[in-house]
Design a protein around this ligand. Structure first.
Ligand SMILES: [Ca+2]
Length: 169
């Protein structure tokens, strides 16, 4: 019995150390969003879809947005608002000029990069991350055919063609 007790005492710290990798009690740093036209406000009848993967590292967000069948993508951002509501742009993802990349239309990687600069400094970076953790942020991809009026339909939705609420992974 004494030997068994000793073995447990030796093993317990090792088990606790292994658990650190899967600690679910800390604040989320990895997020995802599923983008569809139906999530836009009001909904957009687009067949394009997308996924966004976002990872917070210190004061930066590293992101990759993949899309399927999206025409005329011009710009993408993280906005602040709950699902079903519209809110202002707070972080640029693509199409806004260096250092963020241009948006790539079609099927594949729309954009991948790193950014920690809040648009207009309107909120703090920590406030953006807090919103991401509480369902208060969304990824929105805007399209524009560059002709005539805007927001005429898929491929020409300057107000946003596919959108997805940011959720913790
Ligand atoms: Ca147009």
């Amino acid at each position: 019995m004494r030997i068994l007790t000793l073995a447990i005492a030796v093993l317990l710290p090792a088990i606790a150390a292994c658990g650190d990798d899967d600690d679910a009690s800390g604040p989320a740093t990895d997020f995802t969003a599923t983008l569809t036209g139906g999530e836009e406000v009001p909904p957009v009848p687009s067949t394009a879809t997308g996924t966004a993967d976002l990872s917070v590292n210190d004061d930066q967000i590293t992101y990759t947005v993949n899309v399927t069948g999206l025409a005329n993508a011009v710009v993408a951002h993280i906005h602040i608002a709950a699902e079903g509501a519209l809110g202002p742009v707070r972080l640029n993802l693509c199409g806004t000029g260096a250092p963020q990349p241009p948006c790539v239309s079609g099927t594949g990687v729309l954009a991948t990069g790193t950014n920690g600069t809040i648009v207009d400094g309107a909120i703090s970076f920590d406030s953006l991350v807090s919103a991401m953790r509480t369902g208060g942020a969304y990824v929105n991809v805007h399209t524009d055919d560059g002709e005539g009026e805007q927001n005429t339909g898929p491929g020409d939705m300057a107000s946003g063609e596919i959108r997805g609420q940011v959720v913790a992974e």
